[in-house]
Design a protein around this ligand. Structure first.
Ligand code: NI
Length: 168
């Protein structure tokens, strides 16, 4: 596994629509392994392939809603699609590609995603709260959308310093 460089918001690649993954080969596995390594080093909660310069539809999301005593784990989603969503949450969001900036974004409280795993098998997964927010944020990256374009307002320096904020 190797850490990859994370592109920041000046890079045009972050605004392009990504193509589906068609080959579930060792190259994809390497990409996903490297994304895991990169995310864990950055302490983020989610990462999309375009953030490391690969314009393919693959993301990883940290499932943080786990029972006490159990470890958080990463979900790999290849060619993900939101198939159901409900409720609403309004909260602060950040992105590893937009360092040190956070903004208030409205997202569904619950989402169900259909995706493929690294071997091409289809599955469905549900997320709530931060996990739902993260599914939406990462899937937006695959469309070339950065959270700042959906933001109702950016957080002030003081708000950033007083809150516990996550980067996706
Ligand atoms: Ni992001």
């Amino acid at each position: 596994m190797a850490r990859r460089n994370i592109l920041t918001k000046e890079e045009p690649a972050l605004y392009k629509k990504c193509r589906p993954v068609t080959d579930f080969n060792p190259r994809l596995h390497q990409l996903l392994d490297d994304m895991r390594e990169t995310l864990s080093q950055e302490n983020g909660v989610g990462l999309a392939a375009p953030q490391v310069g690969v314009l393919r539809r693959a993301v990883i999301v940290l499932e943080t809603n786990v029972p006490e005593g159990e470890e958080e784990y990463l979900i790999e989603l290849v060619n993900p699609e939101i198939v159901e969503s409900s409720g609403e949450q309004y909260g602060a969001e950040g992105c590893l590609s937009v360092p040190d900036e956070y903004g208030m974004v409205r997202r569904p409280m619950n989402v169900k995603v259909r995706a493929q795993d690294r071997n091409g098998n289809f599955f469905k997964v549900e997320g709530t709260g931060l996990t739902a927010r993260c599914f939406c944020h990462e899937i937006d990256h695959l469309e070339g959308i950065i959270f700042t374009s959906k933001c109702e307002r950016m957080l002030t320096r003081e708000e950033i310093e007083s809150g516990e904020l996550e980067e996706e």
